[in-house]
Design a protein around this ligand. Sequence first.
Ligand SMILES: CCCCC/C=C\C/C=C\C/C=C\C/C=C\CCCC(=O)SCCNC(=O)CCNC(=O)[C@H](O)C(C)(C)COP(=O)(O)OP(=O)(O)OC[C@H]1O[C@@H](n2cnc3c(N)ncnc32)[C@H](O)[C@@H]1OP(=O)(O)O
Length: 223
Amino acid sequence: MSDPITDQRLLYIHDQLSDEDIQREVDLYGPLTDSVRQLIAATLQTEVGEPDVRRAKALVEEAAAILQERAIPGPYGVRWGASGWKRGWGNAADGVRNAVAPPLTIQTDPDGRTWTDFHLGPQYEGPAGLTHGGVSALILDQVLGDCAVAAGSPGMTGTLTLRYRKPTPLGDLHAEARFDRMDGVKAIVKGHIADAAGICVEAEGIFILPRWAREAAAASTAG
Ligand SMILES: CCCCC/C=C\C/C=C\C/C=C\C/C=C\CCCC(=O)SCCNC(=O)CCNC(=O)[C@H](O)C(C)(C)COP(=O)(O)OP(=O)(O)OC[C@H]1O[C@@H](n2cnc3c(N)ncnc32)[C@H](O)[C@@H]1OP(=O)(O)O
C-alpha cells in the first residue's frame, strides 16, 4: 500500500541536470506554456462562429495527443539540478510548465522582502470583473511561502489567514511578504496584495517544515 509521506518524499528529486540543459528546457517549454495560457484566455473570450470553435477544438486535441505520446504519469514534483537550480515547474502559482499559473516571478530583496508584480487575465475572475478570492489565496500562499524559504525557514502552509479589505481587480497587481517571527518550529510571515490604489488583501501565514523533514534535517546535521 502506498504511504503518503513516502510518495511526497519521492517527488523531491535531485536529477543532476546541468544549468545548460535546464536553460534549454526553459527555452523550449516556457513558450509552449505561454501559448497554452493564450489559448485559455482565447477559449474564454472568443466570439467566432461554430465551425471555427469546432476546428479549434480538433486542433487542441491534436496538440494534446502529440504531447501525451511520451509523458510522465503524475505530478512533476520539485527537482534540483547539479548546481542547485530548483525547478518547481508544476507549481500552480509559478510553475514554468504550468499554464494555469498566472505566472508569478517572485523576487527577494537583500532585506528579505519577497515580492512580485503580476498580471491576472480574465481566467482568474470570481465576482464580475474581479479576482477570485481563492486565486488571491493561491498567490499569497506562494509569496508568503517563498518569503519563509528566503528567511531560512521553509515549510508547508499550516494556516493561512486572509482579510479581503477591498475588491481585487483583475489586471496589474503587486504582492509582497515579510518574515515576521519564529514561534518554535513555526515561521510566521505577513503580506498583502495591492492594486495601484492600495491594499486589497492582507495575509498572515504559518509555515511548518513537516516532522519527517525536520527529523531528516536533524539526522543529517547529527552526521
Ligand atoms: C528534500 C526535502 C524537502 C522537504 C520539503 C518539505 C516541505 C516543503 C518545504 C518548502 C516549501 C517550499 C516553498 C513554499 C512555497 C509555496 C508555498 C505553498 C505551500 C503549500 O501550498 S503547502 C500545501 C498546503 N498545506 C498542507 O497541505 C499542510 C498539511 N499539513 C501538514 O503537512 C502538517 O499538518 C504540518 C506540516 C502543517 C504540521 O505537521 P507536523 O507533524 O510537522 O506538526 P507537529 O504536530 O509536529 O506540530 C509542530 C507545531 O506546529 C503546530 N501546528 C501543527 N499544525 C498546524 C497548523 N496546521 N497550523 C498552525 N500550527 C500548526 C503545532 O501546534 C506545533 O506547535 P507547538 O510547537 O507550538 O506546539
